[in-house]
Design a protein. Structure first.
Length: 172
């Protein structure tokens, strides 16, 4: 039944332009979502029970959140549209091509630009910025800005961040 409800979410509910319904549905599937979480239309979540978002978070349109290996997101995080958070891959050296799972941790005040890809086992440190189109394969230190494929440090962000992501549209 859980798989059927997850499929219904990812194929239909995510396209209904009413965020409270999307949040309600994901919570019923086991996602632990704090206050002021906004998943914009078209974003898919694989195994919602592996997703934990502390609160005050925007996830842009058409992102794919693969929580099979576990994803923990802090507060005041912005994940732009068309991003991939992937907690699974395959071992290319294994004769059976077995799958591997490992979590992703996104600390407070992280900003992930459009079309960025975050791979399994990565921690994005507090206040870090991931440039649009970057592919992150290693941990990103706090307050660093990374870009490229694979992502490399290109700068540092001011620690003087005090914004609150505590707003968002209900109908979108």
């Amino acid at each position: 039944m859980r798989i059927t409800l997850e499929l219904a979410y990812n194929r239909a509910v995510t396209h209904i332009p009413f965020n409270p319904l999307r949040i309600w549905w994901l919570r019923r599937l086991g996602a632990r979502l704090g206050r002021n979480v906004y998943l914009f239309a078209g974003s898919e979540v694989l195994q919602p029970s592996g997703l934990e978002i502390a609160g005050n978070c925007h996830i842009g349109r058409h992102s794919q959140i693969d929580a099979r290996g576990g994803i923990r997101v802090g507060t005041n995080v912005v994940i732009a549209g068309h991003c991939l958070l992937l907690t699974a891959d395959h071992d290319p050296q294994d004769s059976g091509f077995r799958g591997r799972l490992q979590g992703i941790s996104i600390e407070d005040r992280v900003w992930i630009g459009s079309r960025a890809t975050i791979l399994k086992g990565v921690t994005l440190g507090e206040g870090s910025v991931i440039a649009a189109g970057a592919t992150v394969i290693h941990d990103v230190p706090a307050w660093s800005m990374v870009a490229g494929v694979p992502a490399k440090i290109v700068g540092h962000r001011s620690h003087e961040q005090n914004y609150q992501i505590d707003y968002g549209p209900s109908f979108y």
